[in-house]
Ligand binder design. Structure first.
Ligand code: S3P
Length: 178
């Protein structure tokens, strides 16, 4: 029996794995609205995540992420791009799977480091040794991404075009007519 179409498409993955760019293309191809959890939190708080981390701490940011996921329950037809740490909490992993097809975007650690070290927007990597911090976070989070995902895509190896087709096929969604 074929799987029923997913309610929403949810992208998870470490920072720098291409969630925002792929989400933008998916939104364009399907005509569905894009919801980026970092951008949504920034809109709600009038502060970017890096400032929320600095002024109110990581735990506060994580509470905002959980509250946002809860507020999305029952919604459908959205392309949801999530912050890299969204999978840390077990409750979030459950909420993510309830929202729809969860796609884990991953890439080799080296590829990701080259992407994220180009700017200093990532508060968790503002440490004395960002390379080592990233290696630790990468290893710590991998089992959570693996656990939550219905589908995995290696963005270091697969083109955006192929990734989009794979996601839409797995979700049972179609492109909007050209
Ligand atoms: C975070 C990743 C960021 C943002 C915040 C925390 C993380 O999102 O949510 O800085 O814990 O990995 P991106 O994955 O879009 O960089």
């Amino acid at each position: 029996m074929e799987a029923p179409p997913a309610h929403n498409l949810v992208l998870v993955g470490f920072m720098g794995t291409g969630k925002s760019s792929l989400a933008r293309i998916l939104a364009q191809k399907t005509g569905c609205p894009l919801l980026d959890t970092d951008a949504e939190i920034e809109k709600q708080c009038s502060q970017p995540p890096s400032e929320i981390f600095r002024e109110k701490g990581e735990a506060h940011f994580r509470d905002l992420e959980t509250a946002l996921l809860k507020s999305l329950a029952g919604k459908s037809g959205l392309i949801i791009s999530t912050g890299g740490g969204m999978v840390i909490r077990e409750e979030n992993r459950r909420l993510l799977r309830e929202l729809g097809l969860v796609v884990w975007l991953h890439a080799e650690e080296e590829v990701v480091y080259n992407r994220v070290s180009r700017n200093n927007r990532r508060p968790l990597l503002q440490t004395a040794n960002p390379r080592a911090t990233m290696r630790q976070l990468f290893a710590l989070r991998e089992p959570w991404y693996r656990e939550v995902a219905h589908l995995q895509i290696d963005t270091g190896k697969m083109s955006h075009g192929k990734a989009v087709s794979a996601v839409l096929l797995a979700a049972g969604w179609e492109c909007k007519p050209a």
